[in-house]
Write a protein that binds this ligand. Structure first.
Ligand code: SF4
Length: 336
C-alpha cells in the first residue's frame, strides 16, 4: 500500500521499514480543478481531494498547521481507516517535544501495521535509516552544484522512492550563474506541478541558488551518526527522533529562530541577491513571515501567490521580470 505523508518531518524511513511505500504528497497525482471556499488553503484542500480519490492509499496528515488539521477532521468519517493525524511538536528543544515525537512514531507504527504493514525489525529500520541518511547527505552535498530543477527532481525521487541516483551530477563546485541574478526561493509547498517556477525565474534573467521551499534544501541534512544494526529497535527509534528534531527547520516551530539562522547562513554563502517567497494565499504561517524575512535578511523579497500558478504563469512571469530588473539596478551587474 502507498502511504502519502504531508510533511517532510514525518520520517519516511519509519513508513518504509513497515514494508509500505512512502510518497511525499507534493508528488501525488494532481486532481482536476475544484472549487475552494474563501479562506481555504489550496494545498491543504488538494491534499484532502487526493485522499478522497486515491482510495487504495493511506494518508498521514500533520498538525503543523490548522488548515491540514481541519482537512483531516473533515475526512475523519469518510476515510478514517486510512488516515492518520501526526502530532508534530511546534517546540523542538525540550524533552517533552522528544517524548511527543517518539509517542507519535509509535502510534504511527500501530496505524501502519493496522493497514497492512508488518512490524519492523531492528535490521529493517537500521537499513532504511542508513539509506535515507546516505541519500540526504548526497543531496545536501550536491545542492549548490545542481541546477534548481535537477535538484528538485532528485529530491522528488528521494521523497517518492527513497533514492536519488545523482550519478555524475553530484559535486561540490558551485553552478556558475552565467550572468543570471542569483536568487533564493523560500516558503511553503512547491509541488511537481509548480516546477514551471524554475523556468519562469530563468526566463526573467535569474537563477535559483537556494531552494528553501517544501520539500527543498531545508529538509536535507547530514546525520550525526550512522545507525548500527546491532542496536535495538527502541534505540534506533530514539535515534530517529533525535535526528529529526535536531534538524527540523520550519516556519511552524516556536520560536522559529532556527529557520532564520539556517537561511542567513545559506543566503550569504550562495550570494543570493533577493528572495522569492512562495506562499499559498490562505497560508497564515508563511504570509506572517514576509516582513520578518525582509528585516532579518536585509534582502528584497517578492511574495508570489502559489495559487496563481494553477491558472497560468503569465502574471507571475511579469512580476518576476520586474523584480529581477529591480535587483539588477540595486546591485549593479552580476558576477560572471
Ligand atoms: S501551505 Fe500553509 S496553510 Fe497550506 S498546508 Fe502548508 S502550512 Fe498549511
Amino acid at each position: 500500500m502507498q502511504v502519502f505523508y504531508t510533511s517532510p518531518w514525518v520520517p519516511a524511513e519509519w513508513i518504509r521499514a513497515h514494508g509500505l511505500e512512502a510518497c511525499g504528497i507534493w508528488f501525488a497525482p494532481v486532481p482536476r480543478p475544484f472549487a475552494l471556499l474563501a479562506g481555504d488553503c489550496a494545498f491543504a484542500c488538494r491534499t484532502s481531494r487526493v485522499a478522497e480519490l486515491e482510495s487504495d492509499s493511506a494518508f498521514v496528515f500533520t498538525t503543523h498547521c490548522d488548515q491540514l488539521r481541519r482537512q483531516f477532521d473533515s475526512l475523519a468519517l469518510s476515510i478514517s481507516h486510512r488516515a492518520f493525524l501526526f502530532n508534530l511538536p511546534a517546540t523542538w528543544q525540550t524533552p517533552v517535544a522528544k517524548r511527543i515525537f517518539l509517542a507519535e512514531l509509535e502510534r504511527l507504527g500501530r496505524f501502519l501495521v493496522g493497514i497492512g504493514g508488518h512490524e519492523p525489525t531492528a535490521e529493517a529500520l537500521a537499513s532504511q535509516m542508513g539509506e535515507h541518511s546516505g541519500v540526504r547527505k548526497a543531496l545536501l552535498h550536491s545542492a549548490s552544484s545542481l541546477p534548481a530543477q535537477t535538484l528538485a527532481e532528485a529530491i522528488a525521487r528521494f521523497y517518492t522512492e527513497g533514492r536519488a541516483d545523482l550519478g555524475q551530477q553530484s559535486g561540490d563546485t558551485a553552478c556558475p550563474t552565467n550572468g543570471l541574478v542569483p536568487i533564493a526561493l523560500a516558503g511553503g509547498p512547491l509541488s511537481r506541478a509548480d516546477w514551471g517556477l524554475f523556468e519562469a525565474v530563468q526566463t526573467a534573467g535569474a537563477r535559483v541558488v537556494l531552494n528553501a521551499t517544501e520539500p527543498g534544501e531545508r529538509n536535507l541534512w547530514e546525520s550525526a551518526s550512522v545507525p548500527s544494526v546491532v542496536s535495538s529497535k527502541d534505540a534506533l527509534l530514539d535515534a530517529l527522533a533525535d535526528d529529526y528534531l535536531a534538524h527540523c527547520v520550519d516556519v511552524f516551530q516556536r520560536p522559529n529562530r532556527r529557520l532564520y539562522a539556517w537561511l542567513g547562513e545559506r543566503l550569504a554563502f550562495r550570494g543570493a541577491r533577493g528572495i522569492i517567497l512562495w506562499v499559498y494565499s490562505a497560508c497564515d504561517l508563511w504570509r506572517a513571515e514576509a516582513q520578518t524575512l525582509r528585516e532579518a535578511t536585509h534582502l528584497p523579497v517578492l511574495q508570489l501567490e502559489a495559487d496563481e500558478a494553477a491558472s497560468g504563469w503569465t502574471r507571475i512571469r511579469g512580476r518576476l521580470e520586474a523584480f529581477v530588473e529591480s535587483l539588477r539596478h540595486l546591485a549593479g551587474p552580476p558576477a560572471p
